[in-house]
Write a protein that binds this ligand. Structure first.
Ligand code: HEC
Length: 326
């Protein structure tokens, strides 16, 4: 196979790849990972191309050999001159972009600095460089107009927009993929249907030790402010999933319950909080304070460079600035 055939084939393969990828891919995944038979399509395309290329060459060969000797000569000459023309075209473009004078004409641009026989040429700036420079000027003008005159959105705003879109997509995704919750993503489910499902799971698996009302028996009271293993949806989910301390009787439920079921029963457990059932077990463990609960609203106002006013829930407190630089 000739080198030119190999190069052409590679180019065709590359463009077919990009084309198939372009038409078949979604935002996230490439067509080639999503539907692996796209590779087959690509391979077939390339095989067809090679077959076509090879047959055209064979046909050329046959026709060439059917020519008489002097006609073959003419043909060879035509091919050679076409090739030379093409090479000349590339050479011209290259010379234009580099813009240097051929060595024979250097006499025209030599400066009359002469340092011990070392002379200097007054070359023009290479046109490729000059065009690049003009392009940056054009870019600057467009940029300035877009962002400083017409207020195009800047990177910070782009980031906020992208975040908002991503957030929305996560919400959508969560709706369709409830089963994917784990201890890091679990949230307190408030839907009546989820709580109902949680209640069913609770009465099916947990009441023997925690009682129907969650007041506690073998297991601790689940309705008070005190938690042995931590309160809040994440800790409770984790306890249900991984079990309690060794030997206490609370097993890990992750092999019996699906993640979504653990999230439902954890939410149900939390919904029992504060119900004060009769004959509840005494509190065990620590009072749980949610570290993510909203904190007091603190607002800092600068009066001058040495005085600030701190507003804690609208109660002003003034104080000196502590200089942290010293
Ligand atoms: C065999 C008895 C038993 C069963 C069944 C049981 N638990 Fe427990 N549970 C316990 C014990 C005992 C503890 C205390 C564990 C410890 O001290 O480490 C506990 C602790 C807990 C805690 C943590 C309480 C705290 O104060 O931190 C939660 C939440 C909990 N169980 C939920 C459930 C749920 C939901 C189920 C049903 C899926 C369930 N348990 C089934 C015995 C049980």
């Amino acid at each position: 196979m000739k080198l030119s055939t190999i190069i052409r084939t590679a180019v065709v393969a590359l463009f077919s790849y990009l084309f198939l990828d372009y038409i078949g891919s979604t935002d996230e995944t490439s067509a080639f990972t999503e539907t692996p038979w796209t590779w087959l399509v690509l391979i077939i395309l390339v095989i067809f191309y090679v077959a076509g290329d090879v047959s055209v060459q064979a046909l050329n060969n046959v026709l060439y050999h059917s020519l008489s000797a002097d006609k073959q000569e003419v043909y060879d000459r035509n091919i050679a001159s076409a090739k030379a023309k093409r090479n000349q075209w590339f050479k011209n473009i290259y010379n234009k972009l580099v813009g240097s004078k051929p060595i024979e004409q250097e006499g025209e641009i030599v400066l009359d600095h002469n340092y011990d026989g070392i002379q200097e040429l007054d070359n023009n700036l290479p046109p490729w460089w000059v065009y690049g420079f003009y392009a940056t000027i054009l870019f600057a003008v467009v940029y300035m107009a877009r962002y400083h005159i017409f207020d195009g959105i800047n990177q910070d705003e782009e980031y906020v927009v992208a975040q908002a879109i991503a957030q929305q997509e996560i919400e959508e995704y969560k709706k369709t993929a409830k089963d994917l919750v784990d201890v890091n993503t679990v949230e307190y489910l408030t839907d009546a249907s989820d709580l109902k499902a949680g209640e069913m799971i609770f009465s099916g698996n947990c009441v023997a030790c925690h009682k129907v009302d969650g007041g506690g028996g073998i297991g601790p009271n689940l309705t008070d402010d005190h938690w042995i293993l931590g309160g809040g949806i994440k800790n409770v989910f984790n306890t249900i999933s991984e079990g309690g301390r060794a030997g206490k009787g609370m097993v890990a439920w992750k092999s019996d319950l699906k993640p979504v079921e653990m999230a439902q029963v954890a939410s149900y457990v939390l919904s029992l909080h504060g119900t004060n059932p009769p004959d509840a077990k005494a509190a065990e463990g620590e009072i749980w304070l949610d570290p993510n609960a909203p904190v007091e609203q603190v607002e800092v106002k600068v009066i001058d460079s040495t005085q600030v006013e701190v507003l804690i829930e609208d109660q002003p407190v003034t104080g000196d600035v502590v200089n942290t630089k010293e």
